[in-house]
Design a protein around this ligand. Structure first.
Ligand SMILES: Cc1ncc(C[n+]2csc(CCOP(=O)(O)OP(=O)(O)O)c2C)c(N)n1
Length: 375
């Protein structure tokens, strides 16, 4: 629930769990949020301070909570004193929201929860002291990237989770339209670029498109370039010798790792796209999409319509998941948020549905966690 709330609102979610088994049950959700890049503050209760480190055997509803969550959180700590709460909460929130978002965890012992302290002794700081403006990439590198983009014959933009977390849809659309660039999202960010847009080729997997091999410059934004993208390597993609890669990401650890990068732009997706748009517009006027680009998008739309049409003819009982998904196409209101679970049903849903708004799809594309369709 917290994961879904964070994705739909774009804000950090909080979730709490009782000591022992309930914290253990948090682990799958935290691991999913860790892999998916969802900001979350998880709070687990803990037995009273004097018995946390008990040597005795047979402790009831007790286990190594911090050890369990350590590898799947950006920050984890135990609050053994009430006066530490503001400092730990600040550190946990900063870690969850800074760079690539991810979960943090705080263990709070029962006696600390009960303790009271005067507000002026707690050292609570104004939140505005800890909010930073999104950072734009280095201007010299933006310039180099813009040069590549305006010279590109067949530019392709890949929009990942960073585009959605930084609310960069407006900048993404403006840059794509200025360049006449085709836009593809990953499965988890469908809708961050309107899929009926004449430059949209929807999500990458499982359709595939000739643009994978034909594009000469790829701008990858807020994306890990992982397995589902085939690391942008041959045979699915043209590869570093024939395809230049500009990678804009908030996390330096994502750039130049899975695939050689020609220009790495470290910074926020929205700030970076806005800087790129200004640099590109200063170099070249807006251009119409090349015939090939318009063709990629048209082929995608046609393929999609054909699939939905054929699923509508499947007349089996019980109802086939493809038929169910195809019927949902006309049934769902425009403001729906669709949650797709795992298994084959998820594939039918992905093949049939069209997403037109950011945050209108919940899908654990990185972790593939079954059961996410259930609240
Ligand atoms: C929580 C979790 N457990 C196990 C898996 C591994 N897994 C992926 S698909 C799958 C089978 C799903 O079967 P079903 O829901 O019947 O869908 P089908 O693909 O057969 O249509 C399993 C066990 C997973 N992704 N998530």
């Amino acid at each position: 629930m917290a994961d879904a709330w964070a994705r739909v609102t774009g804000r950090m979610a909080a979730v709490d769990a009782a000591a022992g088994p309930r914290v253990a049950n948090l682990v799958p959700s935290l691991m999913c949020a860790w892999k998916e890049g969802v900001p979350m503050l998880a709070i687990g209760t803990q037995r009273v301070c004097r018995s946390i480190h008990a040597v005795r055997n047979g402790c009831f509803q007790y286990g190594p909570q911090l050890g369990l969550v350590g590898p799947i959180t950006k920050f984890s700590g135990c609050l053994e004193e009430v006066r530490n709460i503001p400092e730990f909460v600040r550190a946990a929130c900063r870690a969850a929201l800074d760079g690539r978002p991810r979960p943090s965890y705080l263990d709070i012992p029962a006696d600390v929860l009960r303790e009271e302290i005067a507000e002026d002794e707690a050292g609570i700081q104004d939140a505005s002291l800890h909010r930073f403006a999104p950072t734009a990439p280095d201007p010299a590198l933006v310039e180099a990237a813009a040069e590549l983009l305006v010279r590109a014959e067949s530019p392709l933009i890949l929009a990942g989770h960073g585009t959605q977390w930084s609310e960069a849809t407006g900048e993404l659309v403006a840059l794509a339209e200025h360049l006449g660039a085709v836009v593809m999202t990953i499965a988890g960010t469908r809708g961050v670029f309107h899929e009926d847009h004449p430059l949209s080729i929807g999500m990458g997997f499982p359709w595939g498109s000739p643009v994978y091999l034909e594009s000469d410059v790829i701008l990858a934004v807020g994306i890990q370039i992982g397995e589902t993208m085939q690391f942008l390597m041959p045979p699915g993609w043209a590869g570093p010798e024939r395809q230049k890669l500009i990678h804009l990401d908030i996390d330096a650890a994502n750039i130049g790792v899975n695939r050689r990068t020609d220009v790495g732009l470290l910074g926020d997706a929205r700030a970076g796209l806005s800087a790129l748009l200004a640099a590109v517009a200063a170099k070249a006027p807006r251009r119409e999409p090349a015939a090939a680009a318009a063709g990629y998008a048209r082929d995608y739309q046609q393929l999609k319509r054909g699939l939905v049409g054929s699923y509508r003819t499947i007349d089996s009982a019980p109802v086939h998941p493809g038929r169910l998904a195809a019927e949902l196409v006309d049934f769902l209101p425009e403001d729906s948020v669709v949650c797709i679970d795992g298994g084959n049903t998820g594939l039918w849903a992905h093949l049939s549905l069209t997403f037109r708004r950011p945050r209108s799809l919940l899908w654990t594309g990185h972790f593939g966690h079954l059961g996410t369709g259930l609240p």
